[in-house]
Design a protein around this ligand. Structure first.
Ligand code: FDA
Length: 392
């Protein structure tokens, strides 16, 4: 039987960071993953350029039943720590917008950097390796794996969430949590496009590829960014952000004119350009195609002077507070994160260690901590992996 100081299950963002940091501390680390490649989500992230952190990371950028949990780890490993690591490896990067840092080249620069660090620190990385069973022993944990039995006083669960099963996602981390007496909060897809049904779906399909700057709101949260019409419904950064706050049946409010009061604008146009058609005026704010479709489907376009005050109010409501009830989301197939997960009220925010089973740690997305869109999820993976590494 093989024994080691630490076994980490999952060679994704959090597992790699935890492994390299623990190994740099002199711990003997075995990092196992059932996939044939480490860090598949890192490779796919940020449209292939990995939005690896956000300079303005703040606990307010995370969704969790226990909003205080993330504070300690985020404060001890900040975006600047990761930026320093990236700098030491000479990985070129840039700020795209809103503090979001992306690789200039490819995401594999980040993965190679983490793998280099793991190699230099002596991490034993085993891919294509599944863990079949875990037992608690007097000395720690005994794992039955594809490479035979492995004993270790510390076991770190870094198996991520359920999103994108084709990239190796499984619910194994939740099973381990339950096995050792943990509560797992209901999971659902987050940072995910909405599907739309009925007539609105036709409008979305016809406008597919069109993107518009909007304010999107739901359940007291608002985001200003683009929305994107798709063949299946609505996507784009503002929609992905709000999806993490949406529950089935909720309406999402979309303000298509975020820089102006819609009614004041319409009244002003009616006074200044009474003979202009609404379609023409909307064409100055949106693409011609979108203006024509909105005018035909929503309002019946005519010269501005012909609209009554009540009609203008109705048009203003549509433009400034369009109510959309999504049919659902695209689910884990395309979601960037999984909301919910291991209940953080049973995990130490300082060490990431289970309060139920000493020597067991949870890091990254398997925990009930999900970031907004924009590099926050990787920052959580780095910070939580780093936090646990100092105690395993
Ligand atoms: P992660 O999912 O990275 O790793 C889990 C690992 O565990 C995987 O390697 C998996 O194979 C392994 N595993 C699972 N089950 C196992 C089992 N039973 N046995 C052994 N191994 C097992 N975030 C961000 O900040 N910026 C971005 O640009 C993006 N972009 C992005 C794009 C796409 C398409 C997705 C799906 C997600 C993002 N994200 C993101 C989110 C980000 O990728 C995610 O939050 C982190 O990868 C989570 O890191 P973890 O290490 O917790 O899980």
């Amino acid at each position: 039987m093989r024994s080691t100081d630490v076994v980490i299950i999952g060679a994704g963002a959090a597992g790699l960071m935890c492994a390299l940091t623990a190994a740099e501390r002199g711990r003997q680390v075995l990092l196992v993953d059932h996939a044939n490649k480490a860090g598949k989500k890192i490779l796919m992230s940020g449209g292939g350029r990995c939005n690896f952190t956000n300079m303005y990371t703040d606990p307010a950028n995370f969704v969790s039943k226990n909003p205080h949990f993330c504070k300690s780890a985020l404060a001890r490993y900040t975006p600047w720590d990761f930026i320093a690591l990236v700098g030491r490896h000479g990985v070129p990067y840039h700020e795209k917008k809103l503090g979001q840092l992306f690789c200039d080249n490819r995401s594999k620069d980040i993965l190679n950097m983490l793998l280099d660090e793991c190699r230099q620190a002596g991490v034993d990385l085993r891919l294509d390796t599944s863990v079949r069973q875990i037992e608690k022993t007097a000395a720690g944990y005994l794992l039955s794996t594809d490479m035979g039995p492995v004993a270790s006083p510390s076991l770190v669960v870094a198996t991520g969430g359920l999103s994108i099963p084709t990239l190796g996602a499984t619910g194994f981390g939740y099973e381990i949590a339950r096995q050792f007496g943990h509560n797992v909060l209901a999971t659902r897809a987050g940072l995910v496009p909405f599907t739309i049904s009925g007539q609105l779906k036709e409008l979305c399909a016809e406008l597919s590829g069109t993107s518009v700057d909007c304010v999107v709101s739901c359940n007291g949260e608002s985001f200003r960014e683009n929305i994107l019409f798709t063949h299946r419904g609505l996507s784009g950064p503002a929609i992905l952000q709000i999806s993490s706050f949406w529950q089935p049946g909720d309406a999402v409010e979309i303000n298509l004119l975020p820089d102006r009061d819609a009614l004041e604008w319409l009244q002003g146009q009616q006074a200044a350009r009474p003979n202009s058609e609404l379609k023409t005026l909307l064409g100055e704010l949106f693409t011609k195609k979108m203006a024509a479709l909105l005018a035909d489907r929503w309002f019946a376009s005519k010269p501005m002077k012909q609209y009554t005050p009540a009609e203008l109010r109705d048009i203003a409501d549509k433009l400034g507070a369009w109510q959309v009830v999504p049919a659902g989301t695209e689910g884990y197939r395309t979601a960037e994160v999984t909301l919910g997960g291991v209940d953080t009220r049973e995990v130490s925010s300082k060490t990431m260690e289970s309060l139920k089973s000493p020597g067991l740690y949870f890091v990254g997305e398997v925990l009930d901590v999900s970031g907004h869109l924009g590099g926050y999820n990787f920052q959580w993976a780095w910070a939580s992996g780093h936090a646990a590494a100092h105690f395993v």
